[in-house]
Ligand binder design. Structure first.
Ligand SMILES: [Fe+2]
Length: 336
């Protein structure tokens, strides 16, 4: 071999070996990281079993940490650290006072990323839009899905089915109640953002989705910002009545089990006698507003800051209410 060829081969081999060694080092590092991840997952899988599917629900929260938002976030983090949890539902009014102007709005950091920091809250979030989110650009919250791994809002309304570990499925419709309120179209803040939304199209989509005959669907849940019934300040408000007028018939016809909302800043469980569905309100992720006492439809109502925890299996749904001090205020079970 000529000297020039020898040198060329030697240099290639040396470089090749260098790349190979560094690749091996990287592989070894990746392997190490994978082991740490597995231990994390193992640690969570050792938590005492609640349901086959578990989630927390929080609403009406984004106040830059103010008015008990930080305290509720801390308790929610503690709860999901110590209980199995698959995802987090936000029932809307994600950003006060007026939504976000873009997917780069600093409020994402002040009111979301830097508030819900607990490791156990890094799982998937399924949010919907509230009326305050409609005061700026509601689609910015859809676009944030492409920036954040955990924020999952593929559209203004969407649906997802979740597995009950081989014992069937849960269908959840995440809807947008804002365009269902006729008064919003004349409002200077909401009007430009509800324009072109065609609520009848969404209701048709919802009806078709919920009318599924799939025998694997054990539970149907609908999440919307505005309550159909509430014992908070908005019992007979124009928005409650408007949403009830168009939604109740769809839920009743399709035998929906649970309607989960926010909007009134309290924690409620309501059951109207001649309706199949149970209504829950989880709307006090920061501010708390009063609830009325002594109404017949009330199973539970608290004017307190907090969140809800749902544990679902194929035969029952358990719902718990936890406040900003970590105190369990209410615990109930719905059977099929
Ligand atoms: Fe609201």
């Amino acid at each position: 071999m000529k000297r020039r060829q020898f040198l060329k081969n030697t240099i290639s081999t040396t470089i090749g070996t260098g790349i190979a060694s560094s690749a091996l080092a990287n592989l070894s590092l990746s392997h190490h990281i994978t082991n740490i991840d597995s231990k994390d997952i193992d640690a969570r899988s050792n938590l005492e079993q609640e349901g086959l599917l578990n989630f927390v629900a929080i609403g009406d929260w984004g106040r830059n940490g103010a008015d008990h938002q930080l305290q509720v976030a801390k308790q929610m983090g503690d709860w999901v650290t110590n209980h199995p949890n698959d995802f987090i539902v936000s029932t809307g009014d994600n950003f006060y006072p007026s939504g976000v102007i873009s997917e780069h709005d600093p409020l994402w950091h002040y009111s979301f990323e830097n508030v819900y920091t607990d490791f156990a809250l890094q799982w998937d979030w399924y949010p919907i839009l509230g009326n305050h989110d409609y005061k700026s650009d509601p689609d910015a919250q859809v676009r944030y899905t492409k920036i954040s791994r955990r924020w999952k809002m593929p559209a203004r309304y969407y649906s997802k089915t979740f597995n009950l570990k081989g014992k069937g499925k849960v269908l959840i419709a995440f809807i947008d109640t804002n365009p269902m309120i006729p008064e919003f179209y004349k409002n200077s803040e909401y009007g430009p953002h509800v324009a072109g939304q065609y609520p009848e199209k969404q209701l048709e989509w919802l009806d078709k989705l919920l009318s599924t005959q799939d025998p694997n669907i054990k539970w149907k849940i609908v999440v919307g910002h505005h309550p159909i019934y509430t014992v908070g300040p908005r019992t007979n408000n124009y928005d409650t009545l408007a949403v009830r007028k168009v939604l109740e018939v769809v839920l009743q016809k399709n035998k929906v089990d649970v309607y989960l909302s926010g909007h009134d800043h309290s924690l409620q469980h309501i059951k109207v006698e001649n309706m199949n569905f149970h209504q829950f309100v989880s709307g006090s992720g920061s501010e708390a507003t009063p609830v009325k006492a002594g109404l017949e439809i009330t199973k539970f109502a608290a004017s307190d800051y907090g969140f809800m925890y749902f544990a679902i299996d194929d035969k029952c749904i358990s719902a718990k209410v936890i406040n900003h001090q970590g105190i369990k205020l209410y615990d109930t079970t719905i059977h099929k």
